[in-house]
Design a protein around this ligand. Structure first.
Ligand code: MF3
Ligand code: CO
Length: 236
């Protein structure tokens, strides 16, 4: 899983450098797929329940599962990139959101707080704590800053399959849920919105958008529970 996670981190770093006005989302996806395969991995999203690409690319009011295509990025947009890799039978899954060129102060704040809420969740990944502590830390970090967390999509256990038990909501009470044990591996993925948390799926059957059209951001890491500090597997 360390290898898969490291490859995911490299892909996201490469994609981040390639986010520029004028680039098509298909070109980003193509680069990522080539890179993953050259490094001996496989893009886990490709073909997953019929998903047609290697990366999910979601722009502005799109929250997750945006499909790459001929669209070109434009200055001021907010772009979420979600990457999953299988390496030697193990999975890694992570996401970042970044601005295209200059973005509004509100968008900057949403990105910053979403990343902070992921960090707050990860800080709770310690043996003996409960999963609800992770969820609660994410929710309080988001709501304290005036943002909302998506309810209809959640994080997940991860290992030899991309989606394993338990589900990891980005909201809920502390002190509840399964106790965290060393060796558990979790994909923690807060999705925050500037407006209301209700969602809708576009006619392509994949792209999840905010029902009210408000801006969304998504950050994700694959994290292991250890005897000590949390080990983030999808960080370079
Ligand atoms: N990273 C997403 C998740 O954690 C998976 C993308 S859905 C796929 O659920 F179909 F594109 F794979
Ligand atoms: Co995930």
């Amino acid at each position: 899983m360390r290898r898969a996670g490291h490859l995911v981190a490299e892909v996201l770093a490469g994609l981040r450098e390639r986010i520029k006005p004028g680039v098509t989302t298909a070109a980003l996806d193509h680069w990522a797929e080539q890179y993953i395969r050259r490094q001996g991995g496989e893009p886990s999203f490709k073909g997953y329940r019929g998903y047609p690409a290697s990366v999910c690319i979601s722009i502005d009011q799109e929250i997750v599962h945006g499909i790459p295509g001929r669209r070109r990025l434009r200055e001021g947009q907010v772009v979420s990139l979600d990457v999953g890799v299988i390496c030697e039978g193990y999975q890694g899954d992570a996401a970042i959101t970044a601005g295209v060129g200059q973005i509004s102060p509100e968008a900057e704040a949403l990105l910053r707080v979403t990343e902070q809420s992921l960090a707050a969740g990860i800080a709770m990944v310690r043996a003996g704590r409960r999963l609800g502590d992770v969820s609660h830390a994410i929710q309080t970090t988001a709501e304290r800053a005036g943002f909302n967390v998506i309810r209809e999509y959640v994080g997940h256990g991860i290992g030899t399959a991309m989606h394993e038990d338990p589900q990891i909501p980005n909201f809920g009470p502390a002190g509840r849920g399964p106790v965290l044990r060393p060796g558990m591996t979790l994909a923690i993925e807060p999705m925050l919105v500037a407006g209301d948390y209700h969602t809708r799926v576009l006619d392509d059957g994949w792209t999840v958008v905010t029902a009210d059209g408000s801006l969304a951001a998504h950050f994700e890491h694959t994290v292991a529970v250890t005897d000590g500090d949390p080990e983030v597997l999808t960080r370079l």
